[in-house]
Design a protein around this ligand. Sequence first.
Ligand code: NI
Length: 611
Amino acid sequence: MSADKTPLTADEIRQAVAVVRRDGGLGADAWFETVGLDESGRAGDQRAAYVCCYEPSRNRTFAGRVLFEADRLDDWRHVEGVQARIPPDEFEMACRLAREDPEFVAALARRGVDDPSRVLIESWSAGNFGLPEEQTRRIAYGHCWLMNDAGDNPYARPIANLHPVFDLGAREIIRIDDFGAVPIPPDPGPIRRPHQRDDARPLSITQPEGPSFAVDGYRVRWQDWELQVGFSPRDGLVLHDIGIRDGDRLRPLMRRASLAEMVVPYGDPRGASFRRNAFDTGEYGIGVALDSLRLGCDCLGHIHYFDVCSHDWTGEPRPIDNAICMHEEDFGIGWKYSVPAAGQTTVVRSRRLVVSSIATIGNYVYGFFWYFYTDGTLGVEVKATGIPFPSALDGGKASPWGRVIGDGIESHVHQHAFSFRFDMALDGERNSASEVNFRAAPSGADNPHGNAVLTDETVFARELDAQREIDAASARYWRVFNPNVRNRFGEAVGYKLLPGANAFALQHPDSPVGRRAAFMYKHFWVTRHDPDELYPAGWFPNQHPGGDGLPRWTAADRAIEDTDIVVWHTLNYHHWPRPEDWPVQPVVYAGFHWMPDGFFDENPTMDAPRG
Ligand code: NI
């Protein structure tokens, strides 16, 4: 396995692009979907790039490695029957195509819009609905809005029922789907406001002696935690080699952790709305969409920023300064104990290290926050904000699938389904996973008062056993443990995955989006480690018919006990938009925790400074 997990530099991106241009056998029109760190391990200790290219003239996708030291391609191949992600550059190209298309301009004129330059057209993946003409072309569906004059809300005024349909490979509009004009909502949805309240006095966070973390490149030490910050144009923020110091030992927990996929299926079946199923990671890319964060706005306190380098579709490096934020937060009391009779109270503070990044993907903004707590807990939190996808009211009232959130505006029910991937390594590579359920003990001689409660722990032997759902009735959680390492009570050392607020996917599993996002139907999956298995809907979800990723890999039903395993956690939440979400949505939080569960021999914060 390659030891160096440092994100690619601008020079490395340039070199990888040059090697592909020189030796890749591609036409001059080919563009670069991904130039990122190769994590396959197949290059041994050599540093390598994973590169994926799309060649529009022949509608072909290529992928492989560039070995930097050897300055050559490795395992470069045509990947049959797939479509690369849609990069931001292609969105811009499609927007320009539509604004110049006479039929589209005429459709705008019928709606009273005479300036196409004020219309935003986003080209979303068409998905895959089995239509023959869409199987062999790079199809995208346009959604249109009239931008507001202030320039601060491009989604202010939805233009309903008008959808240019693109062949992005041919770089042309193949038709305009017009399901009939609907009045364009009048609300300009301004986000800037002339008056802001002035009664919030300064709130300063100071660390007069500096922060408690130490940074060496992308490697971080904080309290007992050690980790390496990484980046992928697709996943965005990646964390490598997470470990925790316990006395003299650095005890590994995870080799790699990231948001591996997410999908946002919308619930309106009409017109072209059923097409809205955004796989933001696999169809568009989180990493390429990371914001440059600003001190005092995105982040407060003593911040360390990590810069990363993305690229545009020509392969030109695109540095993202301040892409990843790291700081410490006080987190209230850590623990407390009082002995009133003795007049003694002991209390310690809790603190957490926060590593985060924020991606702007069209109307939505997602913050991905990783929290490392002093007690060994690792928290993962998504902060969802931005503008809920607005549509125009058809017929003056809301549809059954939408809610009125602005003047003439409805926003449709949708779900956000996040899949987090954890390459586990608790005290070594050989781990197992189990499920714990609470249950009432049967009444009887052993339980005469009906108060007895039992817990059942079931160890998963094979992959098909380990595809599980949350269950509030049994307070279900999952554990990962190392059967070869024991705590002082003789138990295998473990961590538990404690779900947070979560939900079930409601799209039919055999629907087009259900087949493509099978990961969202189970909250917990375990797979046997394979470095090629990074993305739960497969490497190429764009226009994919479905079945790739987790369902395909786990069909082999590999043994997962006492071996190198990967845990996948699905976090679903349903969004029925509120008037309060317009014109911009206050952050909605969703997350979960990994907590030490017999990993340590006692409370690991007994050495915390006493107050
Ligand atoms: Ni939402």
